[in-house]
Design a binder for this molecule. Structure first.
Ligand SMILES: *Cc1c(COP(=O)(O)O)cnc(C)c1O
Length: 388
């Protein structure tokens, strides 16, 4: 790519071996649902140590298949943090169920066990039937799954993890997606995520029957007869076309080989950013492992910092504009989902102060494996010039 210091907030890493892998898939008999889908799923199982993996069309489809598999329906409510991508909440709505937006920690944008307990209490006061909780490993940093799973077990609800940011990291000695604490884990392979298949997603779980349900729903819930000839099929429930192609999985298989390298490079860039931001004494909160969890490493997807804009001579929009003028493209992750017109119309205006405070102060700076350590310096030096 010809670029003169154009730094997007995220970018895929495609090299010649990826192109070779996809080209060879195009010469095979199957372009979709062939051997590469199964190989990719097998490799995702071995990466995450989960018992089952189902690859699908995208991360949104993965979330929808998960919500569909636990039989979410009208009248059910699901607790979802407001600081996340639209898809986390929308998947609940696809099933006709309702979203109970939870607040998040104002400095990490993440749900904590205390905040989740508060959400349960409030839902209880309103006599809402909570059926599941979806948590998000925002930026790649894992939430406190261990304590969160105590809470969801106590309330007898399903725990789904949206790990679309977090592939390649680990939590308490186990890979992200292992499903030791959660019932279902979901991934996305969109180009900005840590590995890509162009479009793609996957679900991991240790529950055999959930895995089968999701696998069937991925392709219209067609169940083929084993005794009356393979051409006969039955559909007992509605399903979808959420298949992923062999072409995409060929790319995924090759990307997985490089995941460790990508994760290490991202960690090195994060470390370099954090060091450079130390000079900003207190004006910037940089991401760290909050609770110093043992045996936890982060597959960083985003480098999101929190600025105290009220103490700075510049607003976030002005800073973003100035950075864009020197080729540094930043992004805000995310506009709290509860504030979207669609959800405001459904649920009225909800007060989630932690979410709003995080949203108003966060900014995601460029982070992708092809970046150089010198690019980090370029970014931080410009920010320094604009705000210090
Ligand atoms: C990217 C993303 C999704 C959706 O994934 P797609 O593959 O784009 O459908 C869902 N949740 C989060 C947190 C994401 O970042």
């Amino acid at each position: 790519m010809k670029r003169k210091k154009i730094l997007p907030y995220g970018f895929q890493s495609i090299s010649r071996d990826d192109i070779r892998s996809v080209s060879s898939a195009l010469k095979n008999d199957f372009l979709t649902t062939g051997p590469f889908v199964e190989i990719f799923e097998r490799q995702l199982k071995s990466l995450t140590q989960a018992k089952h993996a189902v690859a699908c069309a995208n991360g949104t489809a993965a979330l929808h298949l998960a919500c569909n598999a636990i039989n979410l329906q009208k009248g059910d409510w699901v607790i979802v943090p407001s600081v996340t991508f639209l898809a986390t909440a929308n998947a609940v709505r696809f099933c006709g169920a309702d979203v109970f937006f939870s607040d998040v920690d104002e400095n990490t944008g993440q749900i904590t066990p205390e905040i989740l307990e508060r959400a349960f209490k409030e839902a209880d006061r309103k006599s809402l039937k909570i059926k599941a909780v979806i948590v998000v490993h925002l930026t790649g940093r894992p939430v406190n799954l261990k304590e969160i799973s105590f809470i969801t077990k106590k309330h007898k609800v399903t725990l789904i993890v949206d790990a679309c940011h977090a592939i390649g990291g680990s939590y308490l000695g186990l890979p992200i997606g292992s499903c030791k604490y959660e019932d279902i884990n979901t991934f996305s392979f969109h180009p900005v995520k840590s590995i890509t298949t162009g479009e793609g997603g996957a679900i991991t779980t240790n529950d055999k029957s959930l895995a089968l349900t999701m696998k069937r729903a991925r392709s219209h819930n067609m169940i083929r007869s084993e005794t009356k000839g393979n051409w006969r099929y039955q559909m007992k429930n509605l399903g979808f076309n959420y298949r992923i192609s062999d072409i995409q999985c060929a790319l995924g298989i090759n990307q997985l080989k490089k995941l460790d390298k990508f994760v290490q490079k991202r960690a090195a860039l994060v470390c370099c950013y954090n060091k450079k931001f130390r000079e900003f004494d207190g004006k910037v909160i940089t991401p760290t492992l909050k609770d110093k969890e043992p045996e936890t490493s982060i597959g960083w997807h985003l480098y999101s910092v929190v600025f105290n804009f009220s103490l700075l001579p510049i607003t976030r929009s002005q800073l973003m504009k100035k950075l864009a003028e020197v080729g540094i493209y930043t992004q805000v992750h995310y506009i709290p989902v509860h504030s979207q017109p669609y959800y405001r119309k459904l649920y009225g205006s909800i007060k989630l102060p932690g979410s709003m405070q995080y949203f108003e102060r966060t900014l995601s700076l460029p982070l992708f494996p092809k970046m150089k350590l010198n690019d980090v310096k370029y970014v931080v030096d410009h920010i320094k010039g604009f705000i210090l």
